[in-house]
Write a protein of this length. Sequence first.
Length: 440
Amino acid sequence: MPRLRELWDDLRKPKTKFSIDHLKYLYNILAKNQVVNAKNQTVIVETLRQVAELIIWGDQNNELFFEFFLEKNILSYIFAILHQPGTPQVVKVQLLQTLSILIENIRSETSLFFLLSNNHINRLIQYEFDFSDEELLAYYISFLKTLSLKLNVGVIQFFFNDRENTFPLYSEAVKFFNHPESMIRTAIRTLTLNIYKVPDDGAAQFVLDKERKAGSYFTNLVWFMDEQAIALDRITAIETVTEVSVGRLMGRVNLLADEALDLFYYLQDILSLHLDQLTQCMNRYLLSNFVFPLLIGPLVEEDVAHAIKNRIDRQGRSLAVSACTSLFLLSECLHVVHNPALVNSIAKVLLFPEGIHYQNVRHTMARAAGRFAKRQRSAQRKNMRRVVSQGVTLVTPNVEERTQEDGEGAREEAAGRVGAARGEGKGGSGEEGAAAAAAA
């Protein structure tokens, strides 16, 4: 019987691939497979792939294809599959891939608006996928990035809800800012830049309002830079290295140095947008939580540098960096970042440390170092309470709280905990003393 059914289906299948009859044939297959299971998942995956191919062809050659797509509400069927309990991961991957291909390749603005309407895409963005599946995560991030590339003044209204003050595309994406995979971090930075570039007052105000709260994206990004700098300093301070491990060590150093350079270029991209409020916010966090305590701290007067170096974590390790690491990162920062306010603030502290406002900077550096230690101790306590409450004996630091004491350990331990990265990060706000010093 199955063989006879296959032969009958082959006879009914239209001979011409790019035709309305073929699209109707594919729709009938989807209609007959309302419930997804292990038996029909292969058929559904292939059908969805062909539907996307036909719709893209029709968008460029025959508008009747997209009209049929809308008439039969195929998009609703796609989302109904997603929300079925037990939908196989391979089907979810194909759904993301199908939507990414459609959104990326459709040229008609009207067709794009139809795809983005009814809030289907926002619900998909907020859907709780199992991100332990690396392939699914890769397609999800690619999907978010594809959406960001389509943003303009008209399209952004489909993602930013002014009435409810929600912006899922931005809020969900920035949760992956510190993901262990560099390609994912790069995609998120590209996405945020695409959002910042859109001249929409509502979306811009949403971003600024978020940055004024604890746990904001910029705050967490600067803490991530802190941890990367400390990891680079610790690995370069290793004195005993065997011939076998020297290659791995140098590879690790190069990765951390490249990551620091990428971050500086990203910051320059943000600052070069010339968005005054966003620039002020970024400068404040950068100066008070990264530049002053970590990069300038080891280069200033002995009493200030000594106070900062005495800041230690619970394992007795310093939360400062050496003068060598400080000079390297500071030179990279000044080489890449050209914002006058930021560069002038750094120059004033380095060249005129005896100035009257220098005392504010000294206090800012000491407080920032103290906050870093307090942040790590608080994150460790929260993680321990969570582990105890769940009855787990193995303590594994959570990516979202950045409790890892070493940058290398952070990458390795986070690999199996991708899903937790979607939780909101915790972080402190920028220090006003740094802003005062910058304005001096």
